[in-house]
Design a binder for this molecule. Structure first.
Ligand code: G3H
Ligand code: 13P
Ligand code: NA
Ligand code: ZN
Length: 328
């Protein structure tokens, strides 16, 4: 059944676990997440970016998620708008039936310019006002996602800035976070702690100098009732990179956010963990392997099946690792 994000995250907080929020764009990804959740008894957050809505078309995204609810009526499910760039985008998602929206006011509506604090407060507050009347949950973002190795903002996936930033801009300030939540009354807060979107997050396995997991503790101490969200949380498994490269891919050496660090983050108060890249890597590795080993095959179902299965395995692992087993 469709539930609000607030309901799921409140349960996660009360029971000290975290919920992976998986980005979906097509049928097989929706099926993979649902099958994984069903096998382990996990609650589900399906999120669609503006890119997803553009790729699939709004009615397809809406009805793919509706189909998931119809096929798995026993699983509590949140339909979430990822990185809404303006109140209008969030309103559009609500009209489409989303039960949760992210107003990402860390950047201006162009998705590139670093927004002022006042702008962020203003647009986020606007979205909270319209969403809460309808029982829709709101996620906001304070601080700009980006790399503490290069001190660059995160623009790889088309909704970030490539500006050079200070360490302070790349880390959410706990005092400011407390003020932001007080002024906006949002439900969930995405924080910047050194993660970035996409496959190329770190050039080495991250330590505290480039991934500031400890910062979460300070933010959570000031905001014990706000659910914290970690974007850019793919782990970029080395075996998936190796598989892609073994079967004709050309991906450079790179590291993601280690699962142990996410588990620490969950202990420190993170409840929603955004994952897209790991599913992309899993599906690409599986398709490359299948087609390399079966050059005579041409039925799309035959190569989509292993891709869907590989995505399911990643989702299942994250559900278990983040403590979701049996929580639905
Ligand atoms: O936040 C970013 C997600 O990975 C979605 O990426 O904008 O390419 O759909 P996308
Ligand atoms: P990854 O690119 O690390 O999977 O992050 C996805 C994300 O944050 C979506 O909002
Ligand atoms: Na952002
Ligand atoms: Zn994100």
């Amino acid at each position: 059944a469709l539930v609000s994000m607030r309901e799921l995250l409140d349960h996660a907080a009360a029971n000290s676990y975290g919920i992976p929020a998986f980005n979906v764009n097509n049928l097989e990804q929706v099926q993979a997440v649902m099958a994984a959740a069903d096998e382990v008894g996990a609650p589900v957050i399906l999120q669609a970016s503006a890119g997803a809505r553009k790729y699939a078309g709004e009615p397809f995204i809406k009805h793919l998620i509706q189909a998931a609810i119809e096929m798995y009526p026993h699983i509590p499910l949140v339909m979430h708008q990822d990185h809404g760039q303006s109140p209008d985008v969030c309103q559009g998602a609500i009209n489409l039936g989303f039960s949760s929206v992210m107003m990402d006011g860390s950047l201006e509506a162009d998705g590139k310019t670093i927004a002022s604090y006042d702008y962020n407060v203003d647009v986020t507050r606007k979205v909270v006002d319209m969403a809460h009347k309808l029982g829709v949950t709101v996620e906001g973002e304070l601080g700009c996602l980006g790399s503490l190795e290069t001190m660059k903002g995160d623009k790889e996936d088309g909704h970030g800035t490539d500006a050079t930033m200070t360490r302070e801009q790349l880390l959410t300030d706990p005092e400011q976070a407390a003020d932001f939540v007080k002024k906006t009354q949002l439900d969930a807060l995405a924080i910047a702690i050194g993660t970035s979107h996409g496959a190329y997050k770190f050039t080495r396995k991250p330590t505290g100098d480039i991934l500031a997991i400890d910062r979460i503790k300070e933010i959570h101490r000031r905001l014990p009732n706000t659910h914290l969200v970690m974007h850019g949380s793919s782990s970029v498994p080395q075996e998936l990179l190796a598989q892609i490269n073994q079967y004709g891919g050309k991906m450079k050496e790179t590291y993601g956010v280690p699962v142990e660090e996410i588990q620490k983050a969950i202990q420190f108060g993170v409840r929603k963990i955004n994952i897209d890249t790991d599913i992309r890597l899993a599906m690409t590795g599986a398709v490359r392997k299948f087609l390399a080993e079966n050059p005579d095959k041409f039925d799309a179902r035959e190569w989509l099946k292993p891709a869907r299965e590989a995505a399911k395995q990643v989702c299942k692992q994250r559900y278990i690792e983040f403590g979701c087993e049996g929580q639905a």
